[in-house]
Write a protein that binds this ligand. Structure first.
Ligand code: GLU
Length: 551
């Protein structure tokens, strides 16, 4: 009876009993193997690439099982919250190809029947269950001040006792009703604590889909269920939300692994069946000999926005992250280069528990393959879309002559073995700057030291006269060979190799001089196509300028 009275005193604002919410959010009618998954970020204003990785795994598992994937905003720690960050989250995820079946939306509305999906809008539910916990004698108010808690901790340290609010340190656990009433009447702040029945002397078995069975000590602390601001901390909100939203699989970061015993205990106290759990390891990076977590402070690539700013194609980013989630994805992708990625089924039991290396070189290679699979028009459209947000000057250049830009992107592209040089859209203006006069930089032109000034001059002065725009590739190269011979270079590489001292070099050196004079680089896609697109006049102009700068 006392418990019921106490519950009413503590939660006089609560109108509904738990049954009300149980009815309002009934079990979902989905197939037997359907997984209901979620991503539950806190609106801190920072999205880590690890969040995208976890979201992708959750999204794919829901879709491959015919389940539901939703977005929940976890904003009960209002100290960490950044203003308006909640509104940005759905949109920011969507830019990474992460879309939700249900959840909180950018305009603050909720999509789906299991909402609201933002924790601060779920206050009444948490409090309804908290009230019930008090009625059942499973929770009690604690009026300890922060000084008292610090004192308790200092004493525990001194006695080498386990740190926490437990056993004889749990000052308010068995406090008489009149002491509680007195504090409440004075309006003293309180938190609600779980009356833990656990003991670290006993162990429980937990199961994690990635890590398998684990044996861990029970939680013996009387953890906080409702904070003094009236909202729950993570663990109580997690139990109530994942129960009422009918989540079947909690796939989350492994920072939560140590509190799993506490979470299971709260589910049990509430009479809920817990979901399946899978704890995913953080993305790692090698620094010297040491493997460490990808750090928001040290690594630009930890910030999800980095991939948008650089314009990595999302298909490639997904391909790379799927490799991290299931390492056999890479083999599957190699065998099925054109197949829709959704055909691959994630198997969490194959996910590494040890943490995966996040390797930008590998990610770039994967993205180069992705970009190589696009047509020139797709490259144009995607690069323009990116440039409109991140490189306005380049967007203008692309818009000025769509046909020309598309033809540039088609150099060495729509063929069996396309050139794989573009990993992200920011690469284009760097790699192809020489194809656009507005970006071309004469200062970047440096000839390899092996070529004499005289030979460079001779090639640049004589080549335009023998260039014919309508030559086929073989005839075109034949003329370069002729010029090589006239200047004392071998017509064929083979001839040069047989008699290196008889020549200054070979036909390839003539192409290199032309290539460097036009592009500033010794390595470019097909020179024949480059000259064809730039045109004879532009070539002559560039050669004259190079000669005048070097005179
Ligand atoms: N808000 C928690 C976080 O951002 C969510 C963890 C979970 O997925 O349950 O880490």
């Amino acid at each position: 009876m006392d418990n019921v009275k106490l519950a009413e005193m503590l939660f006089s604002d609560v109108k509904n009993a738990p049954e009300y919410y149980e009815k309002m959010y009934p079990p979902r009618s989905l197939g037997p193997s359907a997984e209901v998954t979620r991503i539950a970020p806190s609106p801190t204003g920072f999205l880590h690439i690890g969040n995208i990785n976890t979201a992708l795994a959750n999204m794919r598992i829901a879709s491959q099982t015919g389940g539901v994937f939703y977005l929940r905003i976890e904003d009960t720690d209002q100290k960490r919250e950044v203003e308006n960050a909640s509104f940005d989250l759905p949109y920011n995820f969507s830019k990474f190809g992460i879309v939700f079946d249900e959840g909180y939306c950018s305009d603050g509305s909720n999509k789906g029947n299991y909402g609201p999906y933002k924790q601060s809008d779920r206050r009444e539910m948490y409090r309804a269950y908290a009230k019930w916990m008090v009625e059942q004698g499973k929770a009690y108010p604690c009026f300890c001040t922060s000084q008292e808690l610090e004192g308790m901790r200092a004493e525990q340290e001194k006695r080498k006792a386990l740190i926490g609010y437990w056993g004889r340190y749990a000052k308010w656990r068995d406090a008489p009703m009149d002491k509680i009433t007195e504090k409440l009447n004075k309006g003293m702040p309180w938190v609600l604590r779980l009356k833990s029945l656990g003991s670290v002397e006993r162990r429980i078995k937990t199961y994690d889909v990635i890590r398998g069975e684990r044996d861990v000590p029970e939680n013996q602390n009387d953890v906080v269920l409702i904070k003094s601001d009236g909202l729950p901390p993570y663990s109580f909100a997690h139990a109530i939300d994942d129960h009422l939203m009918r989540t079947t699989l909690v796939l989350r970061a492994d920072e939560w692994l140590p509190s799993m015993a506490e979470h299971l205990q709260i589910f049990e106290a509430l009479g809920f069946v817990p979901p399946k759990y899978a704890h995913i390891s953080p993305l790692l990076k090698i620094e010297g000999e040491i493997k460490r977590k990808l750090s928001k402070r040290k690594d630009p690539e930890a910030r999800a926005d980095f991939f948008l700013e650089q314009g990595y194609p999302m298909e490639g980013v997904h391909d790379y992250l799927l490799n991290i989630i299931n390492s056999d994805y890479e083999d599957w992708r190699a065998k099925n280069p054109k197949t829709d990625t959704n055909e691959f089924k994630i198997d969490l039991s194959k996910t590494s528990a040890g943490g995966a290396m996040f390797d930008m070189v590998k990610l770039s290679d994967v993205c180069k393959n992705t970009v190589a699979s696009f047509t020139a028009s797709q490259v144009y459209e995607k690069a323009l879309e990116w440039a409109k947000n991140y490189n306005l000057e380049f967007a203008e250049i692309l818009k000025t002559d769509k046909a020309y830009a598309t033809a540039v992107f088609n150099i060495d592209r729509e063929k069996e073995r396309p050139h794989k040089d573009i990993a992200c859209w920011a690469d284009i203006s760097r790699l192809f700057s020489y194809m656009f006069n507005a970006l071309h930089d004469y200062n970047a032109i440096v000839f390899p030291a092996q070529y004499s000034k005289g030979d460079i001059r001779a090639v640049l002065e004589r080549y335009p006269a023998i260039y014919h725009a309508d030559d086929d590739q073989q005839t075109w190269f034949g003329r370069i060979k002729d010029l090589a011979f006239e200047l004392g270079f071998a017509r064929e590489v083979k001839e040069f190799k047989q008699n290196p001292s008889g020549y200054k070099g070979h036909c390839g050196d003539i192409s290199t001089i032309i290539r460097v004079a036009l592009t500033g680089s010794t390595q470019t896609p097909d020179l024949y196509q480059i000259i064809k697109l730039l045109g004879k006049e532009e070539m002559r102009k560039r050669f004259d300028k190079v000669l005048s700068l070097r005179a």
